[in-house]
Design a protein around this ligand. Sequence first.
Ligand code: T3D
Length: 262
Amino acid sequence: MEYEEIDYRVEDGVGWMRLRRPDKLNALTTRMASEALDVLAGAREDEAVRCLVITGEGRGFCAGQDLTEFTAGVATPLDVGEHLRSGYNRMITAIVELPMPVVAGVNGVAAGAGLSLALACDVRIASDAARFLQAFVRIGLVPDSGGNWLLPRVVGYAKALELSITGDQVDAAEALRIGLVNRVVPAEEFDAELAEFAGRMAQAPTRAIAAAKELMGQSLRLTLTETLEREALTQADLAGSPDFAEGVRAFLEKRPPKFTGR
Ligand code: T3D
């Protein structure tokens, strides 16, 4: 697939997915969502990709659904449900289920479905120029693209509901304080810090990270007893992996491990 609204490249184990409609703060179009789905499917199958970064070009991360598509007739009220099911819902699920670390590099404003996109990622690194808002209520909608599920799990129910029913904007410092992002970096250092973190993730034991992500996700709907059993099964599986063998060998040889992601 030829990408027009996303720039995608793989460098040193990192898949860089950059939303590319900077004049519109990378607002999501039907085209962009379908390109994103293609990138996500490709990254999943590509052994060269051990960490995916989702970020935006220009001063926005992603301003949510491109509202001109409503007036242009691409997403009329009648087909909004189907638009979500066939596009954003699949995109959010694909990110959450990607068996590798996914990092949101929040370079600027993240609004509406753009905030959901960041929330679906495993780690959020924000520029100090970033802003966050559940913009939906400002136009008479409810949060979607997983916003009702993801946000309370990240910041807690009370804050999530407040942000959702007010549509108020949160700056980067406040986002860090409430746990909405993992790290805030000065804008001028953002690209370098993001690349450094993604590079570290791409050298990590990918299978173990994918398993940790899956286990923790499952734990939210399981009992402790069920989780303990799944941990035992997963650990038994990982204990036979090349990365575990390398991790133990490296420890005993007092050297840094060289993980291959297998
Ligand atoms: O079926 C379905 O898909 C339903 C799903 C819905 C999911 C959703 O995401 S609904 C929520 C949609 N998003 C919004 O409502 C946010 C709208 N944008 C804003 O409120 C503001 O732009 C921001 C707070 C994000 C940023 O404000 P600011 O002042 O920094 O920038 P700006 O001047 O408003 O925007 C810059 C340009 O981007 C501007 O274009 P122009 O006038 O220079 O040609 C603006 O129109 C455009 N833009 C920003 N957001 C969107 C957008 N264009 C289309 N759609 C947008 N969402």
